[in-house]
Design a protein around this ligand. Structure first.
Ligand code: RFL
Length: 409
């Protein structure tokens, strides 16, 4: 909940002032910060973790072409364009066969594969070391105050002194992800969280091994979904469908690789390149959308506002989309007094958010329907899979959604 003016310890330093406080140094927060610095607007980014931690946290890897173009236009894609891999196709495996899906031929567009920790590293360096942006790492107990008025503030406990510090500002960008505090600052009577649970778990794995194929693999198998996503020449992400809430300890090395071999097996497929598993966690597949995304002087962006299960690899892309709109709108408001961008922010974000949520649901059935234990769903899922390879129109529609290339949202 939004809190009234902070009570400071008498020993606390006097309030500082920044036009914008950004809570959270993930892709959304750092992109907003970079856009503001490029426009000459001062801002302070507050991050609960250390710089080393956020630069190593493994997560996403697939970035849509429009999102990279958006980063490039803002001077934020230099390293990415040198190091990222360009992917032009993916492969489905079902019924013991391999089906390559050449999405670039259908859309003229491709995916970029660039691990999220590298993107975060680039964005922190650019923000803090090149553009001179202020950032505090390791802050504790962040609270948002007086968001309804013209003078909001953000307070936090300083990790070095243990004292609560107050930062006054004009706007707060709530970019603190799914477990942050910004979303909770929406008044309970006004906030609506629309949530969808898939009732499915994914064992998310990182293997210290080169990719087993040059593209993303989707195994739609009666025993459950399995996926392979190349991350770098040394590290590959795998997913194995499992019961929600399953314990990763139930998945020793041998069991993981046996399931992956079975679910990704297909005629003529090369054997999987196995290696030590350096990350192993169970994700309970769910989505949510928080509305409104704006309350007074608080603007939510990225996972703080909406979460989309990693089924369609969309979350980072949506976080960047919000951040481009919010960064540009705040810069226009603070440098030129233009209100239009901020006024239209939420509506513009939500159009793409709901479209991606719908695609994620659709794709979930494609991945998981064969293993639902229901012969009817298994039949319709197989029909849906086959249609991608028998109807050019169906294939083109899938490709457009998978790559986020619709002309309008
Ligand atoms: P983040 O990245 O979670 O950043 C939020 C930051 O806020 C900090 N924080 C706080 N700071 C201050 N005070 C507090 N009280 C705070 N609470 C939290 C956190 O430490 C963190 O640094 O949110 P952001 O910026 O909105 O970015 C969202 C993306 O990270 C997320 O959507 C993607 O990782 C989702 N995702 C994928 N997205 C894609 O587009 N393509 C993919 O291939 C893809 N793969 C994935 C994924 C997410 C995964 N997991 C872990 C759920 C694969 C996985 C396994």
């Amino acid at each position: 909940m939004t809190q009234t003016s902070p009570h400071r310890n008498p020993n606390s330093p006097s309030p500082q002032r920044f036009p914008v406080v950004v809570v959270g140094a993930g892709p959304a927060g750092l992109t907003v910060g970079n856009i503001l610095r490029a426009a000459g607007v001062d801002c302070l980014v507050l991050e609960a973790e250390s710089r080393e931690f956020i630069e190593r946290r493994p997560r996403a890897g697939v970035i849509e072409e429009w999102a990279v173009r958006g980063l490039e236009q803002r001077g934020l894609a230099g390293e990415l364009l040198k190091r990222a891999e360009r992917h032009t196709a993916c492969e489905f495996r079902f019924d013991g066969e391999r089906y390559r899906f050449p999405y670039q031929e259908l859309t003229g567009s491709h995916h970029w594969v660039y691990p999220q920790p590298l993107l975060v590293t680039d964005l922190v360096r650019e923000y803090a070391d090149v553009r001179g942006g202020r950032i505090r790492f390791g802050v504790r107990d962040v609270r948002l105050h007086d968001l309804d008025g013209a003078r909001p503030s953000v307070s936090y406990v300083c990790p070095e002194s243990g004292l609560r510090e107050v930062v006054e500002c004009d706007f707060v960008a709530g970019c603190d992800g799914a477990r942050g505090v910004s979303r909770a600052a929406l008044p309970p009577g006004r906030a609506r969280i629309a949530r969808h649970d898939y009732g499915i778990g994914w064992l998310a794995l990182l293997a210290e091994a080169p990719p087993s194929a040059d593209c993303v693999l989707f195994g739609c198998h009666p025993d459950g979904f399995a996926g392979q996503m190349p991350r770098s020449p040394q590290v590959t992400r795998y997913y194995v469908q499992c019961p929600p809430g399953d314990d990763p300890e139930n998945w020793p090395h041998e069991r993981v690789w046996a399931e992956l071999r079975r679910r990704l097996g297909a005629d003529g497929a090369a054997p999987l390149t196995e290696g030590p598993l350096i990350e192993k966690r169970v994700l309970d597949m769910h989505d949510y959308v928080t509305e409104p995304m704006v309350h007074g002087r608080l603007f939510l962006a990225g996972d703080a506002a909406h979460l989309v299960a990693p089924i369609a690899a969309k979350g980072l892309n949506l976080a960047l989309y919000d951040a481009f709109l919010l960064g540009d709108a705040l810069a226009a408001r603070l440098t030129k007094g233009e209100e239009g961008g901020l006024a239209g922010y939420e509506q513009a974000c939500l159009r793409r958010v709901w479209d991606y949520q719908e695609f994620s649901q659709w794709l979930s059935e494609l991945y998981h329907g064969s293993a639902a234990g229901d012969p009817f769903r298994a039949g319709t899922t197989l029909a849906r899979l086959r249609r991608l390879f028998t109807s050019r129109t169906a294939a083109a529609a899938f490709a457009e959604q998978y790559l986020g290339t619709a002309a309008r949202y």
